[in-house]
Design a binder for this molecule. Structure first.
Ligand SMILES: Nc1ncnc2c1ncn2[C@@H]1O[C@H](COP(=O)(O)OP(=O)(O)OP(=O)(O)O)[C@@H](O)[C@H]1O
Length: 185
């Protein structure tokens, strides 16, 4: 994914990005670090194509997203498997489950029957089955306790041979610990 000379603000007077450039390669994890309101989510919206840059170019790659809160990223009434099948082909699922230490039986459960860590794994599983080249991760560990946070981050890093990860966070320690590069807003 390549962002070149991006300029964007919700109003002309208050630009969030001015001539901002960033290239992300497969195998790399780049973290966008910034306080609340600095424009992190806005960048994801721009990359996803939900917002249009005022100037500049975003050269996109097929992407999928992992969200902050694993409970709100699944519909409460359907099984995990149904919800994954809605958006991604299921081939390679068994292998991925095994790789991620995600018990196959959990796929038949509904979201509230899983722990936060299990559900966040399920959301990473769903994101990866979409075979993205880019994974957009919005504070992917913030809703989890410390040990599970580490575990989920390790898991994400293990997928790096297949994808590039762009993560947003306001957690400086997390950014430093796991990133190849940190871009501070
Ligand atoms: N749809 C919108 N219309 C106008 N202004 C907006 C809109 N969405 C966000 N903003 C403003 O743009 C700025 C950046 O918001 P954004 O959500 O990208 O920040 P963030 O860094 O992701 O914050 P947080 O860490 O709290 O999620 C904020 O000042 C916000 O109030």
């Amino acid at each position: 994914m390549k962002i070149e000379d991006l300029t964007f603000g919700y109003s002309e007077e208050k630009l969030l990005y001015r001539n901002f450039s960033l290239t992300l390669y497969a195998g790399e994890i780049v973290t966008i670090l910034g306080p609340s309101g600095s424009g992190k989510s806005t960048l994801f919206e721009l990359i996803a194509g939900n917002l249009k840059p005022m100037a500049g170019v975003i050269e996109k790659a097929p992407f999928s997203q992992v969200f902050q809160d694993p409970y709100s990223s699944f519909h409460p009434t359907y099984t995990i498997e149904n919800q994954i099948a809605d958006v991604a082909p299921l081939e390679g699922m068994n292998e991925l489950c095994e790789q991620m230490g995600f018990a196959r039986e959990l796929l038949e459960k509904r979201p509230h029957e899983l722990s936060g860590g299990q559900l966040q794994r399920a959301s990473i599983l769903r994101a990866l089955l979409m075979k993205p080249r880019l994974l957009l991760a919005d504070e992917p560990t913030s809703a989890l306790d410390n040990l599970i946070q580490l575990d989920v981050m390790r898991l994400l890093l293990e997928t790096l041979d297949r994808v590039g990860i762009l993560m947003i966070t306001h957690d400086r320690d997390l950014a430093k610990w796991c990133s190849d590069r940190v871009v501070e807003l």
